[in-house]
Design a protein around this ligand. Structure first.
Ligand SMILES: [Zn+2]
Length: 282
């Protein structure tokens, strides 16, 4: 065999190997991306609020005026707000009421008690508050959190569900396995004792989670894990990587228009649209 033919054979062989490589390594990625869209498509839109303020201070604030307009629009369009129990039940049955949404609030700022809860009650609408116990009865500059008394009052209202946002709001993928376990299970136990009700859902602080965090959630008995986007966990069960729509002043002048568009298009929104956006409003 001359060297020309040998070279041709080697080239063909390398070409085949390249094709095999591309097939085996890119197919699972494509499948995972597809799976991520398909699983989310089963869920109703999940809204993520932080604080409701008379005057916004930060990108994640929503004014009372905007919040009321959003609730009114949902009502007017025939959307039903789900309790956490209904949402989890819907995930298990893979069936939700037509036109429903899940309203969630992270961190437990006092605006949820002073402004959000009264507006939700007026309209008989459900919401879930994700609380991290370390913040209760404290205040960051301009951002007081709920008091213990206020939280108990919210928890006693059948319209509202309380979820965990861990004990101290860490990046869950960056702490030791022991700390991770404590953050996830202690917050559940603490909030269950405080509210006298089961705490079945957790929202990951900063939307930060991985497979080991999800394993801890399952171990602790949580039925759902709420993210900001669903990056990196496309192969994980959808119920532990639920993306949420980031509400806030960050959406800019078109925020009300975007709010409506996002609620309608949640099921087919690209992952980038769920990116968490921090920073000062001013
Ligand atoms: Zn948070």
């Amino acid at each position: 065999m001359n060297s020309g033919k040998t070279m041709l054979k080697i080239t063909r062989c390398l070409y085949c190997m390249l094709l095999c490589f591309l097939f085996f390594f890119t197919m699972p990625l494509a499948e995972a991306a597809k799976a991520s869209t398909e699983t989310r498509a089963a869920f109703p839109a999940v809204l993520m609020y932080h604080d409701i303020k008379t005057r916004p201070l930060n990108n994640f604030d929503v004014t009372r005026e905007d919040f009321c307009a959003q609730l009114d629009w949902l009502k007017q369009k025939g959307y039903r707000t789900l309790s956490m129990e209904e949402f989890i039940d819907g995930m298990s049955k893979q069936s939700f009421p037509k036109k429903s949404v899940l309203i969630t609030f992270d961190d437990g700022y006092e605006g949820i008690y002073l402004l959000a809860a009264p507006e939700l009650r007026k309209r008989n609408m459900h919401a879930t508050f994700f609380i991290f116990p370390k913040a209760i009865d404290t205040a960051l500059k301009g951002y007081p959190y709920v008091t213990l008394k206020e939280l108990k009052e919210l928890a006693a209202d059948p319209l509202f569900s309380i979820g965990s946002h861990t004990m101290s709001h860490p990046y869950l993928t960056q702490i030791s396995p022991q700390e991770k376990k404590k953050e996830i299970s202690d917050s559940k136990a603490y909030l269950e004792k405080l509210t006298g009700k089961p705490v079945t859902a957790l929202a990951y602080p900063y939307g930060d989670y991985d497979a080991s965090v999800i394993a801890e959630l399952k171990e602790a008995g949580y039925k759902a894990g709420f993210a900001v986007n669903d990056r990196g966990t496309a192969n994980e069960p959808a119920r532990y990587s639920i993306p949420r729509i980031y509400m806030g002043m960050v959406l800019g002048e078109n925020r009300q228009k975007l709010f409506k568009q996002y609620v309608r298009e949640y099921k087919k929104m690209p992952e980038e649209a769920f990116a968490e956006r921090f920073g000062d409003f001013f």
